[in-house]
Design a binder for this molecule. Structure first.
Ligand SMILES: [Fe+2]
Ligand SMILES: [Fe+2]
Length: 474
């Protein structure tokens, strides 16, 4: 701008500072060209969203499960924003669901079907996201910031979060990928590059070069794997020995030991994204707003899990000693239809609203403990859950006809779920070891206080029942 001969009144930047006048007279994509680019970028975000939600449940590595949750949310947001912009640009039919190029379809199909974790990480974060960053950067350079301002703004916002995803992915690839694995995957990585070249790059701005590669992983279409998996740090995943809700609402127990149970309850929520991902992966034909809302909820639940992780870390406790059960997401994902699972989730979240034992109750417990972090965590958790109950009403009440019908459907579906405390013990999946005393003892040691013998001896259980519907998630 310094060498810009054209200036506004008393040197004010012309054109609101969006771009120099010299550039404004030179650059710009036609509406048709801008729409073609935006449609490709939109489609790439949509495919990536699909990859994240379809692969999240069976992704064993906890950190990647959380990353997929955030990145699915970013993609869902940019799909919505870019689709809205395309629909403003008088170029129907929009064709927003169609693959813009056969080679691009192969590119994303291959990534969607890549074996976890290495090939999947390589495909998403080393191939797709850099191509998306490149396409967004090129769009921002070439479109007219003034004439095409709404597209410019949508792309700038998308670039900010896409760069963040790509940077995380770089770190993930560095941590997870050995030199041998990179070498082994090099021909596949080359095939992905070949697919992009054949498509004229992801955004279609380059001249198409060469033929599309042969399919390797995606010869057969990938299917959603509903079985949640966790990495080797997660032990005893069927353990239902400690009834956190009975503990929390036991008036005899002082407040601060209850914060441990709140951190446990939050981190246990890893199972909620594992379950919501399945609803997203297996529900077709909804407006994008449905997928966006549910992906927002999925990411919120991942945040809740990480809130618990922060709590354990702040207390100097090792969460690996606490069994974080897999039973809820496993039974729902493998036994109920997506619509029923959604109704179960809604019944739970609606059930968290009333006082005194719902989300407000948890927040009051945290406040009483004088643990600032626990109170902050519950404050936001409560706010999020109010939103989730509202999202459930928004999508399920019209579907089931009324709120009471939707809630009844959730309760009915939950009552059909097989498996529980007794079965898992009889099948040798767990001994339901009571982990509470060890956690409490470790927390007391960190705090420099002597454990209360009554609390050391405290035992609760979900014995003889399936975990109560209202108790498990949220
Ligand atoms: Fe929730
Ligand atoms: Fe939650």
């Amino acid at each position: 701008m310094e060498n810009e001969p054209y200036a506004g009144y008393r040197g004010l930047p012309p054109l609101v500072g969006l771009l120099p006048m010299s550039q404004a007279a030179e650059i710009g994509l036609s509406v048709e060209d801008a729409v073609a680019r935006l449609k490709r970028l939109h489609w790439a975000f949509k495919r990536l969203h699909g990859v994240f939600v379809t692969r999240l449940t069976a992704m064993p590595i906890y950190e990647l499960k959380m990353a997929f949750s955030l990145h699915a949310f970013y993609c869902a947001e940019h799909v919505a924003a870019l689709a809205a912009r395309v629909q403003e640009m008088r170029q129907p039919p929009y064709g927003l669901d169609a693959a813009p190029h056969a080679a691009l379809e192969i590119f994303f199909d291959e990534i969607a079907a890549a074996p976890a974790p290495e090939a999947l990480v390589l495909g998403i974060y080393d191939a797709a996201l850099p191509a998306l960053v490149r396409g967004l950067e090129r769009f921002l350079r070439e479109t007219h910031r003034l004439f095409d301002f709404p597209s410019f703004r949508a792309a700038r916002w998308a670039l900010l979060e896409t760069r963040e995803m790509a940077e995380y992915g770089d770190a993930a690839a560095r941590c997870l990928m050995s030199a041998e694995k990179r070498l082994e995957l090099a021909p596949w990585r080359e095939a992905l590059a070949q697919a992009l070249a054949a498509a004229g790059d992801l955004d279609g701005a380059a001249a198409p070069a060469g033929a599309a590669p042969e399919r390797q992983f995606s010869a057969a279409p990938p299917r959603f794997d509903p079985v949640p998996r966790r990495d080797e740090r997660f032990r005893d995943p069927y353990n239902m020995a400690v009834n956190a809700e009975a503990f929390l609402f036991d008036e005899r127990i002082p407040a601060w030991p209850k914060t441990l149970m709140l951190y446990f309850k939050r981190m246990r929520e890893i199972d909620v994204p594992e379950m919501i991902a399945g609803i997203l992966a297996e529900t077709g034909g909804q407006p994008w707003e449905y997928y966006r809302d549910l992906t927002r909820q999925l990411w919120d639940e991942a945040r809740h899990a990480m809130m618990g992780e922060v709590g354990f870390a702040a207390l100097g406790l090792d969460w690996r000693q606490v069994p974080l059960p897999i039973t809820w997401s496993l039974t729902l994902n493998t036994q109920l239809a997506p619509r029923e699972r959604h109704a179960v989730l809604y019944a739970i979240e609606q059930g968290l609203m009333p006082r005194p034992h719902g989300k407000e109750g948890e927040w009051r417990i945290a406040l009483a403990s004088s643990d600032r972090l626990a109170a902050l965590m519950q404050d936001y958790d409560w706010a999020d859950e109010v939103l989730h109950a509202r999202l459930g009403r928004k999508w399920l009440v019209p579907e089931f006809g009324s709120q009471s019908e939707a809630l009844a459907a959730g309760d009915r579906a939950w009552s059909q779920v097989l498996g529980g405390w007794r079965e898992w013990r009889e099948q040798g999946l767990t001994a339901h070891h009571n982990w509470w005393p060890d956690l409490y003892r470790a927390a007391c040691a960190q705090r420099g206080v002597i454990p209360d013998p009554d609390l050391l001896a405290y035992a609760t259980s979900y014995e003889a029942t399936r975990p109560d519907l209202k108790a498990v998630a949220g």
